[in-house]
Write a protein that binds this ligand. Structure first.
Ligand SMILES: O=C(O)[C@H](O)[C@@H](O)[C@@H](O)[C@H](O)CO
Ligand SMILES: [Mg+2]
Length: 382
């Protein structure tokens, strides 16, 4: 069997789907995308084509290593997202050829169902209590929200109080009937991370995500020394070679590689295994589409240390498109009592509605995240 064609489709709300065709008619789908840089990743996929056309899609490991190493420069958000989506599609093809779901090709199920969580509160956390009540009716009991709006490198007690008050209200309203993670979203610099973690400790959030920016990873062990709140990060780390430094330094209790940013299934299964060796849990990042989510679930179902899975149903980014819009087998993604079952169809288990994808790609969005500014006019971390 040989790879003969790659086609990318940028679709609402802000995703990109990749179709890889073979000379025997078997097709694989992937989701190579960096939110806000879809066109850059699309070009990176096109640049990688020369390593793929005419090659045997079964040789995923060789194709992965070639895409990673052969171009001399490696790593980073754009290239690793392109490799990720191609890798996903190659696993989809392999499973379809062998008639097995990807998790079977990775050693089989380690669990019967996977715990899911839902975003609440949007970019500027608001109406959280109501949103939690609504999602509870849908079976969710685990949530994530942004902890703050813009925050200066050194900011006021009033801003700290505003962040803490929101969390206090949630605990007041729900007690321990729910769990929630707080995403600092890279908006909090190290000086304020120490203050916020101390003030939030009493409310026991399930985790604090990106307590500082990934480029400040050396703070993870220092912050972990001062708090019992589990610290999480990973959506802006793109390979084993970045995660290894974080595992060695310690400080993270949860790693959150994104299956569409960190090299795909081939790479993230390795990251998950490295994490387990350090007693670190896995909670793949996934505010994206159905192929990304399916890829996450296959890694979750073979990773003992997988504890939580993000999914984008109803997420504040999904304007103009929803998680299952391009999926025919929607029922396979049903969340029951806050859990997802394994995707048992061959490959990734996503039956892509290609006609819908092609139609939607005619109005490809150019989603960009907003540019926030502080009161002094300087750019703020969004
Ligand atoms: O935890 C999450 O889902 C992420 O922080 C998410 O908010 C961002 O990755 C966003 O998708 C970037 O455009
Ligand atoms: Mg995040």
């Amino acid at each position: 069997m040989k790879i003969i064609k790659l086609t990318t489709y940028r679709v609402p709300p802000r995703w990109m789907l990749l179709k890889i065709e073979t000379d025997e008619g078997v097709v694989g789908w992937g989701e190579p995308v960096i939110e806000g840089r879809a066109r850059s990743v699309e070009t990176a996929v096109q640049e990688l084509e020369s390593y793929l056309i005419g090659q045997d899609p079964a040789r995923i490991n060789d194709l992965w290593q070639t895409m990673y190493r052969a171009g001399f420069y490696r790593g980073g958000a754009i290239l690793m997202s392109a490799i990720a989506g191609i890798d996903q599609a190659l696993w989809d093809i392999k499973g379809k050829v062998l008639g097995k779901p990807v998790y079977e090709l990775l050693g089989g199920l380690v669990r019967d169902r996977m715990k899911m969580y839902s975003w609440v509160g949007g970019d500027r956390p608001s109406d959280i209590i109501e949103q939690i009540r609504t999602l509870q009716k849908g079976g969710f009991n685990t949530f994530k929200m942004n902890a703050t709006e813009e925050l200066g490198m050194l900011d006021t007690s009033a801003k700290v109080d505003e962040a803490v008050r929101r969390v206090a209200e949630i605990r007041e309203a729900f007690g321990t009937t729910i769990e929630f993670g707080l995403d600092f979203h890279g908006r909090v610099a190290a000086p304020m991370a120490k203050v916020l973690l101390r003030e939030l400790e009493q409310y026991r959030p399930l985790f604090v995500e990106e307590p500082v920016l990934a480029e400040q990873a050396e703070y993870y062990p220092r912050l972990a020394e001062q708090t019992s709140i589990p610290l999480a990060a990973g959506e802006r780390m793109y390979s084993r070679f970045e995660f290894k430094n974080v595992f060695a330094a310690g400080g993270l209790s949860i790693v959150q590689p994104d299956l569409s940013h960190a090299g795909g299934i081939t790479e993230c299964v390795k990251i998950a295994s490295m994490a387990e060796a350090y007693d670190v849990t896995l909670a793949p990042h996934c505010p994206l589409g159905p192929v990304a989510l399916a890829s996450c679930l296959h890694v979750d179902f073979v990773s003992y240390n997988a504890v939580l899975q993000e999914q984008s149903m109803g997420i504040h980014y999904n304007k103009g498109g929803e998680l299952l819009d391009y999926v025919i087998n929607k029922d396979d993604f049903k969340i029951i009592d806050g859990y997802c079952n394994p995707l048992t169809k061959p490959g990734l288990g996503v039956e892509v509605d290609e006609a819908r994808v092609i139609e939607a790609s005619k109005n490809a969005p150019d989603w960009r995240n907003p540019v926030w500014r502080h009161e002094d006019g300087s750019v703020a971390e969004w």
